[in-house]
Design a binder for this molecule. Sequence first.
Ligand code: UDP
Ligand code: MG
Length: 323
Amino acid sequence: MLETRPTPLLSIVAPCHNEAAVLPGFHRRATEAARAAVGDAYELILVDDGSRDATWQVIATLAAADPRVTGVRLARNHGHQLALTAGLTLCRGGRVLIIDADLQDPPELLGPMMARMDDGVDVVFGQRRSRAGETAFKRGTAHLFYRLLRRLVDVDIPADAGDFRLISRRALDVLNAMPEQFRFIRGMVAWIGLRQEPIAYDRAPRAAGDSSYPPWKMLRFALDAVTGFSIVPLRLAAALGVLLAAGSVLLLAYTIGSWATGRVVSGWTSMTTIMLVIGSAQLLVLGVFGEYLGRLYLEAKRRPLFVIDRVIGGPDNPLGAHA
Ligand code: UDP
Ligand code: MG
């Protein structure tokens, strides 16, 4: 179909997983912020990431009433980063705001972000000054994670920044050209370079609903970040091997010495200890290898990053024709 609508100045992309309760409120606040920034020249892309609640019905209702809303339903739950990727691939705006649908990121920050971009910044990312309504566990692990990551990785990934950010079209085109399955989008954006600047904000508690990031998903996300941006764990595995080899040389000298001087070694405790240490070190190293190998295997398939079930509203919406 021939594209008749002018390219919007701004796209707002929000991944939604079981967000039925917050979406109407999110739509209202995001719309107000967008109108204040660019008038009518924006689109709001809501990606339903295989929700089990009424999220899709709510998106459909919003899209029917508001021609600027595009609803995208993925074929199943693909996870936050791939749902976001789907939205970023489909959006057409000259600038793109990535934002969570749960109102933890204030849409009102759009105005100041746009102003910074007017000054020639390519990526304006929200940096969390505080995180209200999140457990001490989440705050603590996030704090540690970002600092550990910065030590492991060559790319300058900013601490305490999520995906909440405004990105220029040229930076987004680079991001969209990156083919990897295991996506740690905040890191991939940092990798691009160009001018990137933080803007501080206070992270609000969720407006409603529950977090879709239980601890095991956070751990997987952290692993994706580390393995996606660093081979330091492989180097550490090699270093562990060198360390154990050096230790075994000393132990060998001792053993041969004992044998030469005829001293009988009683043996069981030391044997067991050595076997356990070496055995577990081998398993650890194999585990690290396996983590990289598995990712290599899954990347090698080059499957599409997401599958779209339906798109409603937007350019195809009969109500939504601007031209
Ligand atoms: N999300 C998603 N797919 C998922 C998990 C989360 O699209 O599998 C969305 C979710 O709807 C929200 C954003 O990603 O807009 C952040 O998720 P959430 O608020 O659950 O994480 P938290 O803020 O607790 O880290
Ligand atoms: Mg959240």
